[in-house]
Design a binder for this molecule. Structure first.
Ligand SMILES: *[C@@H]1O[C@H](CO)[C@@H](O)[C@H](O)[C@H]1NC(C)=O
Ligand SMILES: *[C@@H]1O[C@H](CO)[C@@H](O)[C@H](O)[C@H]1NC(C)=O
Ligand SMILES: *[C@@H]1O[C@H](CO)[C@@H](O)[C@H](O)[C@H]1NC(C)=O
Ligand SMILES: *[C@@H]1O[C@H](CO)[C@@H](O)[C@H](O)[C@H]1NC(C)=O
Ligand SMILES: *[C@@H]1O[C@H](CO)[C@@H](O)[C@H](O)[C@H]1NC(C)=O
Ligand SMILES: *[C@@H]1O[C@H](CO)[C@@H](O)[C@H](O)[C@H]1NC(C)=O
Ligand SMILES: *[C@@H]1O[C@H](CO)[C@@H](O)[C@H](O)[C@H]1NC(C)=O
Ligand SMILES: *[C@@H]1O[C@H](CO)[C@@H](O)[C@H](O)[C@H]1NC(C)=O
Ligand SMILES: *[C@@H]1O[C@H](CO)[C@@H](O)[C@H](O)[C@H]1NC(C)=O
Ligand SMILES: *[C@@H]1O[C@H](CO)[C@@H](O)[C@H](O)[C@H]1NC(C)=O
Ligand SMILES: *[C@@H]1O[C@H](CO)[C@@H](O)[C@H](O)[C@H]1NC(C)=O
Ligand SMILES: *[C@@H]1O[C@H](CO)[C@@H](O)[C@H](O)[C@H]1NC(C)=O
Length: 845
């Protein structure tokens, strides 16, 4: 009995003395309820190795943490799980980058882990999950990271309860673009504890609340790319701990108040609608490293002295506002030496003395300013070994003798008044733009020392002589653009098989001879534009084997012969634009070619937004003709699809197979010797906007099927031998009589009464219409069509708008393009089932 009591007592002693130290040396005790809850949670999710791929890109480790969760080990040692040492409750659950897919609804066992302090579910695929209000019940939570669970990921409204978690220090819901919400209107309980708030790339709207002033501890505030509007409360610029504030890509407006948070290190207000003066208080922000006020509506003079004392400033951007940069006390004030990136596009800059001391500059953008004359020598001399990117486009510079920059990679001197011969840039140049100047003389052979060249844009100058042969063997060269010069001789004969050439544009020169077969080595080619030259060759059949070729323009040369391609294989799989007009091609229309052209046979319904050919540095531009207008498209929409075989010597019938090209926007077969009937199959070209069969020998009636072409904005069937009734219906009632002139016997609206439908009583006589008038109508119609986002002509209309605004302020260009992209998207959603035509709609305006 005593013995037993003793045993019990010593066991008790053992427990008292040994357990505490024991518990810190063995794995943390796992509570059964916690492991059961975790396993239950695991069961509601599955692992998909294709999820969380972004993590690799951002250098984060990606693996399925829940795979280690099983009863053979203590739950507190499972990957991503940390328990409280004393109580055994799970306090930290880190499942970031764990390749999880599934939904987390209000029922989820996750919410039974009520002691959580840190919860990280970022970079997973919680498709279709709402953020449950129950996230607001984790009353101990200090860190909540639900970022980047996007693609169809998380959606719905962010429950206000999350903002009331009383101990929250970090809240990151970024990159969930289906997630909407607004800030609490009344009390915000987290305000006193929050240190980091990241709501970038979600869909927040409304205003920033005034009481932000309660955020006494906040250091890092990121609300980039939302729909927030109203003014930026002055209290926010006075928060005592604020270091980083990113509000770019919203709709904030009004004046910007003075900055009183002198702790600020990083300010990004880019791309809002802020007005008024740039606040002078910027000069007090002694630790400021980054200031981006670009793409706003700031106005007035900004003196360089505002920045000259900011000793840590390395990035400054004031581009595209309405400000004038001035330097009243020229000698005393220059920009700080620490500066590495400077963007002052469109700031009315006339002189650049203030750059003298910025000796570490790596990127300089002074485009769209008023720089005149010669580029001063000192501009180079100080920074021969630091400058990597030099952008001086759209100024009035007249001379540049040499570019002695050893480290420069990007040089952009587009659209100046540069005279003389082509300057020679440093050997490390990758992107060299000097188009739209007045350069003369030959292209020096030394250009071939630039072995790293990726883009060479010499277009729109007056360069003469031959194209250096060696350009065909620069491995990295992706873009070779020399259109609109005076180059003569023949094309380079040798292109190497390793070539990266993507875009090859020599439009409008005086080039002679043949199209080199070795271009077939350039498997990356997307755009070949050799139009408006004097090339004398047959159709380059081999180009059909270029797997990525989208644009082939050979218009206005001396090309001849009939076009026959092999029927087998997969030729021209991506071709969307083919322009062979104004040549001497003969024979029947190339049916064998038409049997390929896969890209013209499908309309990609999955694409929401239109894309353009090119990349962020270089947009392909081409010259196309529609309705006798020659237009330069400064951007090529990837939905733009055209066949132009006009002004050749093609004969025979129009093959019915052309009705398969359902993606076609422009079809021009005019000025040939085509005969026979118009195939009814062409009624399938449901998105065709411009349709020209004029000046042929076509006979028979106009097929009734054409009346169903609801996108048609331009039609020309004139000067054939057509007869019978003009089909009536949707778009056809909008064309004028010139569309039908010069035929044998067409009747009905608009050329005559008759055909029994009495659409119009107007008495027309056949006569040529005033070209100018119809052209202006054409233009205004496209404008309206494109701007309204309705009706036909949209694709061409957009392209024209790009052309028209390309010379304007790039800020507006960017915004208009954004708006148009949106409109296209809206239009495509509306498109199904719409039968109206925009001319009628336009009557309302
Ligand atoms: C349990 O997880 C461990 C890794 O933590 C693993 O080695 C073991 O195979 C798993 N056991 C079962 C039955 O899944
Ligand atoms: C969440 O996990 C991701 C991926 O591991 C990590 O990058 C991120 O910093 C974590 N978030 C927090 C708040 O710790
Ligand atoms: C909760 O779970 C029950 C059954 O487990 C289910 O019927 C219900 O739809 C769930 N509720 C939600 C909001 O998912
Ligand atoms: C988040 O994911 C998207 C794609 O899902 C990606 O584009 C984006 O860069 C990611 N953002 C971050 C910060 O990882
Ligand atoms: C905010 O916190 C107070 C106590 O600090 C609490 O009474 C109140 O319910 C909280 N509000 C919300 C919306 O959670
Ligand atoms: C701001 O903080 C004060 C004092 O802590 C508090 O009384 C007030 O309710 C808070 N306001 C909001 C909107 O949270
Ligand atoms: C802010 O946007 C909302 C719609 O989200 C609108 O109702 C409100 O008028 C806008 N406020 C300002 C100041 O622009
Ligand atoms: C600037 O940074 C230094 C060093 O981190 C710090 O001591 C100083 O307080 C900061 N200045 C302000 C105004 O926050
Ligand atoms: C550029 O390269 C050429 C040939 O490789 C060489 O002769 C020349 O010295 C180089 N120029 C500079 C400035 O490095
Ligand atoms: C181009 O240069 C030639 C002489 O090389 C000159 O005759 C011609 O007028 C120039 N063209 C333009 C448009 O300046
Ligand atoms: C094309 O070249 C051939 C000789 O190769 C010549 O006979 C012919 O006249 C040329 N055609 C034109 C239009 O210059
Ligand atoms: C149509 O015009 C012709 C010649 O201009 C005229 O002779 C004829 O009477 C007109 N017919 C009608 C119905 O107005």
């Amino acid at each position: 009995m005593l013995n037993r009591a003793y045993t019990q007592f010593s066991f008790f002693l053992f427990l008292c003395f040994c357990l505490p130290s024991f518990s810190s040396s063995i794995p943390h005790p796992c509570r059964k309820d916690q492991s059961a809850t975790l396993l239950k949670f695991k069961r509601t999710l599955s692992v998909d190795p294709s999820v969380s791929e972004d993590c690799d890109e951002y250098g984060k480790e990606r693996y399925p943490k829940t795979s280690s969760w099983n009863m053979s080990r203590d739950c507190c040692s499972w990957d991503g799980v940390i328990c409280d040492e004393m109580t055994g409750h799970v306090i930290d659950l880190d499942l970031g980058c764990s390749q999880l897919v599934g939904t987390i609804d209000s029922n989820s066992s996750l919410f039974q882990l009520s002691h959580l302090q840190r919860l990280n579910l970022s970079y997973n695929g919680f498709y279709g999950s709402h953020i449950s209000p129950k996230f607001g019940r984790f009353s101990s939570l200090t860190h909540l990271d639900l970022s980047n669970s996007s693609f169809t990921g998380l959606y719905g409204i962010i429950p206000e309860s999350i903002f009331h978690l009383p101990n929250l220090e970090t809240l990151d819901l970024s990159y969930n673009d289906q997630l909407s919400g607004s800030f609490p209107k009344t009390k915000w309980n987290s305000s006193a504890s929050l240190m980091k708030l990241d709501l970038s790339f979600v869909t927040f709207s409304g205003n920033l609340p005034e009481y932000l002033s309660n955020f006494t501890r906040i250091e890092d505030l990121n609300l980039k790319r939302n729909f927030l509007n109203g003014s930026i409360p002055s209290s926010m610029l006075s928060l005592p701990s604020l270091r980083k504030v990113v509000l770019s890509g919203n709709y904030f407006s009004g004046q910007l108040e003075d900055f009183k948070s002198n702790s600020l290190v990083w300010i990004d207000l880019r791309n809002n609608q802020l007005q008024g003066q740039v606040p002078k208080s910027i000069q007090n922000l002694e630790n400021l490293t980054t200031l981006d006020l670009s793409f706003d509506n700031f106005s007035g003079n900004v003196d360089i002295s505002l920045f000259s004392n900011l000793k840590h400033l390395w990035y400054l951007s004031l581009s595209y506002n309405n400000i004038s940069l001035i330097n009243e006390k020229e000698v005393e004030f220059t920009l700080p030496e620490s500066l590495e990136r400077l963007e002052l596009a469109a700031c009315e800059v006339t002189k650049i003395e203030f750059l003298r001391s910025a000796k570490q500059l790596e990127e300089l953008d002074l485009s769209n300013n008023k720089l005149q004359g010669r580029v001063p020598d000192w501009a180079w001399s100080n920074r021969m070994f630091s400058l990597k990117s030099l952008i001086l486009s759209h100024n009035m510079l007249t001379s540049i003798d040499s570019i002695p920059l050893q480290s420069v990679e990007i040089i952009d001197l587009r659209s100046n008044l540069l005279q003389g011969s082509l300057p020679n840039p440093g050997n490390s140049t990758r992107l060299f733009f000097i188009s739209q100047n007045n350069l003369i003389g030959e292209i020096p052979l030394s250009i071939c020392n630039l072995r790293l060249l990726k883009v060479l844009d010499l277009a729109r100058n007056n360069l003469t002589g031959e194209i250096p042969e060696c350009l065909g063997d620069i491995i990295h060269l992706e873009v070779l653009d020399m259109h609109r010069n005076n180059l003569s001789g023949s094309l380079p004969a040798t292109f190497i098989t390793e070539s990266s050439l993507r875009s090859f544009n020599l439009h409008d020169n005086k080039l002679k001879g043949k199209i080199p077969q070795s271009l077939a080595n350039c498997k990356e080619l997307q755009v070949v534009d050799l139009g408006d030259n004097q090339l004398n060759d047959t159709f380059p059949m081999w180009s059909g084997a270029l797997p990525k070729l989208q644009v082939l323009i050979l218009r206005s040369n001396k090309l001849h012969g009939s076009i026959r391609t092999s029927r087998i294989g997969n030729m021209f799989p991506k071709l969307r634009i083919i322009d062979l007009s104004y040549n001497a091609f003969s024979g029947i229309l190339p049916v064998s070619l038409f049997q390929h052209l896969k890209a013209m046979r499908t309309i990609d319904q999955t694409k929401k937004l239109p894309a353009y050919l090119g990349d962020r540095y270089y947009h392909d531009s081409i010259t196309i003709a529609t309705k006798g207008l020659k237009l330069e498209l400064v951007r090529i929409l990837t939905i733009y699809t055209t066949i132009d075989l006009s002004s050749n010597k093609f004969e025979g019938h129009i093959p019915h197979i052309m009705g398969d090209f359902i993606a076609l926007r422009v079809l021009n077969l005019s000025h040939n010797a085509l005969e026979g009937h118009i195939p009814p199959s062409l009624g399938s070209l449901s998105v065709v906007e411009s349709f020209d069969l004029s000046f042929n020998q076509l006979s028979g009636e106009i097929p009734q099927q054409l009346a169903s072409l609801t996108s048609l904005a331009f039609l020309n069937l004139s000067y054939n031998h057509l007869r019978g009734c003009i089909p009536q219906g949707a778009q056809f009632s909008t064309f004028e009589k010139y569309s039908y002139g010069g035929n044998d016997g067409l009747r009905g609206f608009p050329v005559s009464k008759g055909c029994g439908n009495g659409v119009s009583e107007t008495n027309y006589t056949e006569s040529a219409v005033d070209d100018e008038e119809s052209n202006s109508e054409f233009w205004s119609d496209f404008w309206k069509a494109a701007l309204m986002g309705y009706g036909s002509g949209l694709c061409i209309g957009l392209s024209i708008i790009y052309f028209m605004i390309s010379t304007g302020n790039p800020k507006w260009l960017a915004r208009i393009i954004e708006a148009l992209e949106y409109m296209i998207m809206v239009r495509q959603r509306k498109k199904q089932g719409r039968k109206g035509n925009y001319r009628r709609r336009n009557n309302h305006f």
